[in-house]
Design a binder for this molecule. Structure first.
Ligand SMILES: *Cc1c(COP(=O)(O)O)cnc(C)c1O
Length: 445
C-alpha cells in the first residue's frame, strides 16, 4: 500500500469553518479572524507540529481561547492601588452598569423632553459640581494631560506660563509637562529654583506677556530638606491682583480632602485657596475612567470649552457615563483599597497562606499612579517562591504579584474579597504548573 502523505489528512478549511465551536463563535469573531485561526492550525499540522487528527481540537481550543479583546482581566496582587500598567482605577459596579447603558444610542447631547440638542455630558457636569461645590463650572476632557494642554493653550498660547522650576515634572514614560506646555505654543517662564520658589519670584515674572500662572503638584516625587513654595492663598492673591489666572494641576483627582492622604491636594481645598482652575485625572484617586477634569471659574471654563482644541480632546459617552456614575456613587474600588482595614487584610492573607502552606509577611502597599509618593499603606502579603510569579501572570485569571527580594508576594489590598477563592485556585494551578524548577518548587522552606 502506498504511503499517504500525512499532510493530505489535514482537515479542509470548509470543514473546520463548520465546526460547532466555530459556528458558535460567529457572533463575536469575524470571518477573517476565524479563518486565521483555522489556517494557523492547518499550518502547524503542515509543519509537523500538530498531528492531522488533532487539528479539529486545536481549532476548537483556539476559538474558545480567542476572546473578543486581547485585554485580559488581571487580579492586582501588587498592593499598588492605582497601577498605571493595569489601567489605573478599576471601575465600580455602578460605573460598569453606566458604561453598558451608554454603549448603545444614548442622550449624550440631546434633551429628550424637548427633542432639541443639549450640552454634551450635562449630567456628568452636574455630578461633578454637586460633589465639588467650590467649582463654579466643570469640563471633562480626554485625560489629565489634555486638561493641562487645553488650559495652557486657551489661556497662554503665544504668551508666558509662569511656573516654578521645582514643578517641571516628568509624569511617566518620558512625558514631561514642560514639553507638553511648550507644544501648545506657550512659553515657559520658569521661576525660582528646584528646591525653593518664593512669592516674589512669581511677582517678578508677571507682566503683560503672562498668560497664566501654573502650579503642578509634584505627585510622583518628594523634595525634602531646604525647601520653600509660595503659599497657595498668597499666590492666588498675587494672581488676582495682576488679573492673571492661576491654574493648578493637582494630578490625582481627589475632589475633597482625604484624611488618609494628608499630603495629597484636592480640588475643593485648592479652589478654596484661590486657584481659578484646577486640572486633574479621572482615573487616579477619583477612581473613575480615564478622563481629564477642569474645575473652577465659569468664565475660564467657558473659554476652554469654546477653544477649537476642546473638540480634539473631548470625552466620549462611555467616559462621561462612567465618570458620572463614579462621582455619584462616591464609594469606589480605589477608595476601598486605600482604606482597607489592615486587620482584615491580615485575616484574609492568613487564610490564603494557611491554604497554601505559605507564610504571611508584613507588606506595604502604595497609592501608585504617581500619587502620594512615600506614603506606605501598611498591610500583609502571602510569600511564595519567585518561580510561581510567571505562571501566575499567565494564569486564568491572570494574577500580577509583586516580585521582590527573590520572593513572589501576594498583597490582597486591591483584590475584592469575593475573589479570594478564585485567587487560591489560580495560585494552586500556577504552583503545579511545570516550570523550570518543577511542581511544588515554590514551597518556602
Ligand atoms: C498623572 C498626572 C498628569 C497626567 O494625567 P493623565 O490623566 O495621565 O493624562 C498630569 N499632572 C500630574 C501632576 C499628574 O499626576
Amino acid at each position: 500500500m502506498p504511503q499517504v502523505d500525512p499532510r493530505r489528512l489535514i482537515p479542509r478549511t470548509d470543514r473546520l469553518l463548520a465546526l460547532p465551536a466555530v459556528v458558535a463563535a460567529r457572533p463575536r469573531l469575524s470571518e477573517p479572524v476565524l479563518l486565521a485561526l483555522v489556517r494557523d492550525a492547518q499550518q502547524r499540522a503542515r509543519n509537523g507540529d500538530l498531528a492531522p487528527d488533532r487539528v479539529e481540537d486545536a481549532v476548537t481550543a483556539a476559538v474558545a481561547a480567542r476572546t473578543a479583546t486581547s485585554l485580559r482581566p488581571v487580579l492586582n496582587a501588587t498592593g499598588v492601588v492605582v497601577h498605571t500598567n493595569l489601567g489605573r482605577a478599576p471601575l465600580g459596579p455602578a460605573a460598569v452598569d453606566a458604561v453598558t447603558d451608554a454603549a448603545g444610542y444614548a442622550d449624550v447631547e440631546l434633551d429628550l423632553r424637548t427633542g432639541v440638542r443639549s450640552a454634551r455630558g450635562a449630567g456628568t457636569r452636574a455630578a461633578l459640581l454637586a460633589a465639588c461645590p467650590a467649582a463654579a463650572d466643570a469640563l471633562v476632557v480626554n485625560n489629565g494631560a489634555a486638561a493641562l494642554v487645553l488650559a495652557t493653550t486657551a489661556l497662554a498660547a503665544g504668551r508666558d506660563v509662569v511656573i516654578s522650576r521645582g514643578e517641571l515634572v516628568e509624569i511617566g514614560a518620558g512625558f514631561r509637562l514642560p514639553d507638553l506646555i511648550v507644544s501648545t505654543g506657550a512659553r515657559l517662564r520658569e521661576v525660582g529654583t528646584t528646591n525653593r520658589t518664593h512669592l516674589r519670584d512669581y511677582a517678578d515674572a508677571l507682566g503683560p506677556e503672562t498668560g497664566c500662572i501654573l502650579t503642578v503638584h509634584p505627585s510622583n516625587f518628594r523634595v525634602e530638606g531646604f525647601t520653600a513654595a509660595a503659599p497657595p492663598d498668597q499666590l492666588a492673591a498675587l494672581a488676582a491682583e495682576h488679573g492673571v489666572p492661576l491654574v493648578t494641576d493637582i494630578g490625582s483627582g481627589l475632589l475633597a480632602a482625604d484624611p488618609a492622604l494628608p499630603g495629597e491636594p484636592d480640588a475643593a481645598t485648592t479652589l478654596a485657596a484661590g486657584a481659578d482652575l484646577v486640572t486633574a485625572s479621572g482615573d487616579k484617586l477619583l477612581g473613575g475612567p480615564q478622563a481629564g477634569l477642569v474645575l473652577g471659574r465659569a468664565d475660564l471654563v467657558a473659554t476652554l470649552a469654546r477653544h477649537p482644541l476642546a473638540r480634539a480632546v473631548r470625552a466620549d459617552k462611555l467616559t462621561l457615563a462612567a465618570l458620572e456614575a463614579t462621582v455619584a456613587a462616591g464609594e469606589t474600588p480605589v477608595g476601598r483599597a486605600l482604606h482597607a482595614d489592615p486587620d482584615r487584610l491580615r485575616q484574609r492573607a492568613e487564610r490564603l497562606g494557611a491554604a497554601l502552606g505559605a507564610p504571611v509577611v508584613p507588606h506595604d502597599g502604595r497609592v501608585g499612579g504617581g500619587g502620594a509618593p512615600g506614603v506606605p499603606l501598611p498591610g500583609w502579603a502571602v510569600r511564595l517562591d519567585e518561580a510561581v510569579a510567571a505562571p501566575l501572570r499567565t494564569g486564568t485569571p491572570a494574577v500580577l504579584p509583586r516580585v521582590h527580594d527573590g520572593a513572589c508576594l501576594l498583597d490582597l489590598r486591591c483584590i475584592p474579597e469575593t475573589d479570594d477563592e478564585r485567587l487560591l485556585a489560580v495560585v494552586r494551578a500556577a504552583r503545579s504548573a511545570p516550570g523550570p524548577t518543577g511542581p511544588g518548587a515554590d514551597r518556602t522552606p
